[in-house]
Design a protein around this ligand. Structure first.
Ligand code: BGC
Length: 744
């Protein structure tokens, strides 16, 4: 079998996913701007090492009992910023702050930074992962998992752009987003922060977000530096618990987890955050292979690599590969870390200065890291004006943000079941609403929403609405009753709508031991069913909780994910047909806890033939990746493509889609391919392209795709990206066409 090799090297970085560069950062000292090289020549080791640390805002604050809150403390500002010369600060000291408070905090911090010998401004970072998280009154957008259901990268770009403007209005210029982890483990508490289980979908949605953050220019008052995270393989811990070990063969690491980062580097993301966990026994923060050889050498990344929370210390205390914290610093920095999210103490500075003074960490490594950090500060315009831009405050909470959030929530809605056409509900339908998510905004917004966990209902702005409130608007208040107990008795309603799922959680506090929806909610469904009224379930959840036992009891099921600030409205509109759902699952919704598979599983996963006549379907799931119903129906026909693809040519694929129902709709057309035979067992299918097609009732459109050999490639046993000669299928809807690929 002949092979076409696409080598992974810095000069031929692969372009599996198309993204255009938003900015470029310098790599070697010679590439740094002149101002940065000048600074590097003049700075002391103490100043340099200070730039390599980022501390939490709480290290600068004290509780003020008169004011009843945390306030910046002059002595701490002096000690941390001026004496210890710490160059970067992150996070908030409590929950969300208003714009004035943010601006005064950033201003005061920059005032102290200006007292340092070279007046190097502070870089401030925050986790505005689905909108300006820690900013009072901010409009929050759907979580990434919901956005991914829309298959609409433009929504991702628009949300990111709005977030950038909001965050920068407060004087903050660094956002720890987007999450580019590929969701392969549904137990994982950060599943909802991802764009789902497919690397191409993650790459496309993530690159669009990077564009949104950075495309206006980092020195403009509407730009922030993005931070692709968490490099690499964070999202597949074996037990599902956050920050626990994963075993990932290098073929899979390169096939599934690396491509979104490759695409994001090409898209020009300025910074990268590292995975707190270990892969194959190696904590990623200690992996020179991943942090330097692959990230810099192969991917050609030139920006800043920051650790995650406490992760250098954890090389000693948690991962136990360093005998003490000093050694941990040496390992992390020598592996390729530029900045340590320490985030509470200054001992990192002492260890690193000592390591440099004793020749255990070469000055060149320090200059490389500091050069990258100063270059970023330079690009962000901090040396010109480190203060919150005077006129930027007016850009906070642009009225358009609510429209973007609503549009995104509408497009995310994914209809999973609609027996007998129970949905959409007719005008005048009497509804009994129940379930923990019925009247709570935290269930709609999820993690990183005004607080880290997002589960403090009273921290949300008063304009945020619940499903109950919005349903009354759409259905008429007289038609909606709510039941707050967990047991439903006989009811006069025409239907029972149960709002189930998960309250907000983030990171380790969101770790679970089993994937099943909790028994209390399952009991609620059973009691609703026992009333004899039709039951509709609305799911608001960050990950797919198993519902095998209660699914048959519902006539309709609408998946809303964590749809954000406008989620209640989008759900209510969808239930009544004011929005025709078009979302497609960005993950496989499992049915059994013992059968967790992704859609791109192997042939032997799908069919188990033990040669004794017993065949079993392995991909026996609740709903497959890409599943989503509509209030109309679509028919696919006339799938056409060339029969032969040669060398670098493109395969042109066309298909006709018709809206065969009676209402207008949007169909997401997905193109999959499969390799008939390959040197590494091929997947049963892989998503290669998708398009949203708007179709009026009765309308049909012919759409086309173009794919090439790179789109069909995979990582072989030698860790090389190859496309092997042979037969392939291209599949759209229920149609399939065969073609052959020849390198020559
Ligand atoms: C999370 C990161 C986040 C960082 C800073 C960590 O605990 O893993 O995603 O960016 O905190 O808040």
């Amino acid at each position: 079998m002949r092979m076409r090799q696409i080598l992974l090297s810095s000069t031929t970085a692969i372009a599996l996913f198309s993204c255009s560069p938003a900015n470029e950062t310098a790599n070697t000292k010679n590439d740094f701007p002149e101002e940065v090289n000048k600074l590097l020549n003049e700075m002391t080791i103490e100043e340099k090492v200070g730039q390599m640390a980022i501390l939490n805002l709480t290290v600068l604050t004290k509780f003020d009992s008169a004011k009843g809150k945390m306030v910046l403390d002059k002595n701490l500002l002096e000690e941390i910023l001026v004496k210890r010369k710490v160059g970067n600060i992150l996070n908030t000291y409590s929950s969300a702050l208003d714009q004035e408070e943010w601006r005064s905090i950033v201003t005061e911090i920059q005032n102290y930074a200006a007292k340092t010998p070279h007046k190097i401004p502070v870089l401030y970072g925050i986790d505005a992962i689905h909108g300006a998280t820690y900013h009072k009154e901010a409009v929050l957008f759907p979580q990434n998992i919901a956005l991914a259901a829309s298959r609409n990268p433009e929504l991702s770009r628009l949300g990111a752009k709005a977030t950038a403007a909001d965050v920068r209005a407060a004087g903050i210029r660094w956002n720890y987003a987007p999450v580019l982890d590929v969701a392969r483990q549904p137990l994982w508490a950060r599943f909802g922060e991802t764009y789902g289980e497919d690397p191409k979908l993650v790459a496309d949605m993530g690159c669009a977000a990077i564009k949104g953050y950075e495309e206006d220019g980092l020195d403009k008052k509407t730009g922030v530096a993005s931070c692709m995270k968490h490099y690499l393989g964070y999202s597949a811990p074996a037990t599902g618990k956050d920050r626990t070990p994963s075993i990932i063969p290098e073929t899979q690491l390169r096939e599934i987890f690396l491509p979104p980062f490759e695409a994001a580097v090409k898209a020009g993301s300025s910074t990268i955050m590292i995975n707190s966990g270990e892969i194959n026994g190696v904590p990623v923060h200690s992996s020179k292979f991943l942090l330097t050889d692959v990230l810099r050498g192969e991917l050609g990344f030139k920006g800043v690599a920051v650790t995650d929370w406490l992760d250098i210390k954890r090389l000693h205390g948690r991962h136990r590969i360093a005998k003490d914290e000093r050694e941990a610093v040496k390992i992390g920095i020598m592996a390729g870390i530029d900045m340590s999210m320490v985030p509470f103490k200054t001992d990192f500075l002492d260890y690193l200065i000592d390591l440099v003074n004793k020749g255990e960490v070469p000055l060149e490594r320090i200059d490389e890291a500091v050069g990258r950090i100063l270059t970023l500060k330079h690009k962000l315009g901090l040396f010109k004006n480190a203060y919150p831009e005077k006129d930027a405050i007016a850009q906070f909470n642009n009225p358009k943000n609510k429209e973007i959030a609503l549009d995104a929530a509408r497009q995310a809605m994914t209809l999973l079941k609609n027996n007998g056409g129970i949905l959409p509900l007719k005008k005048g339908t009497k509804i009994l609403l129940a379930g923990p998510a019925a009247d709570k905004v935290s269930y709609l917004n999820g993690c990183w929403s005004f607080t880290w966990q997002g589960n403090e209902e009273d921290k949300y702005p008063s304009y945020y609405t619940t499903i109950f409130e919005e349903l009354k608007n759409v259905a008429g208040a007289e038609n909606v009753a709510i039941e707050t107990s967990n047991y439903l008795k006989k009811s006069n309603a025409d239907v029972i709508v149960l709002c189930l799922g998960e309250d907000a959680y983030a990171e380790t506090p969101g770790s679970i031991r089993q994937l099943d929806l909790d028994s209390t909610q399952q009991e609620l469904v059973k009691s609703a069913y026992a009333t004899g009224k039709p039951v509709i379930i609305v799911l608001t959840e960050g990950r797919p909780r198993l519902i095998k036992n209660i699914e048959p009891l519902a006539k309709g099921i609408l998946m809303a994910y964590w749809p954000g600030s406008m989620g209640g409205k989008a759900i209510s509109e969808t239930l009544f047909g004011l929005n025709n759902p078009s979302g497609k699952l960005p993950f496989t919704y499992p049915k059994y806890s013992g059968n967790i598979l992704t859609y791109d599983c192997k042939y032997s996963d799908v069919e188990e033939d033990l040669g004794m006549g017993d065949k079993e379907t392995g991909y026996d799931v609740q709903w497959p990746f890409g599943f989503g119903l509509s209030y109309t129906t679509y028919e696919y026909s006339a799938l056409n493509c060339n029969t032969v693809l040669k060398g670098d040519a493109s395969l042109m694929v066309s298909v006709t889609v018709k809206n065969t129902g009676t209402v207008d709709g949007t169909e997401i057309v997905e193109l999959y391919s499969r390799d008939h035979f390959a040197s590494i067992t091929p997947s049963v299918k892989r998503l290669r392209a998708f398009q949203r097609v708007v179709l009026k009732a009765g309308e049909s459109k012919t759409i086309s795709f173009s794919i090439n050999a790179k789109d069909l490639s995979f990582i072989n046993a030698q860790y090389k990206r190859v496309t092997e000669d042979g037969k392939f299928d291209v599949m759209i809807g229920n149609l399939k066409k065969e073609f052959s690929y020849f390198e020559k």
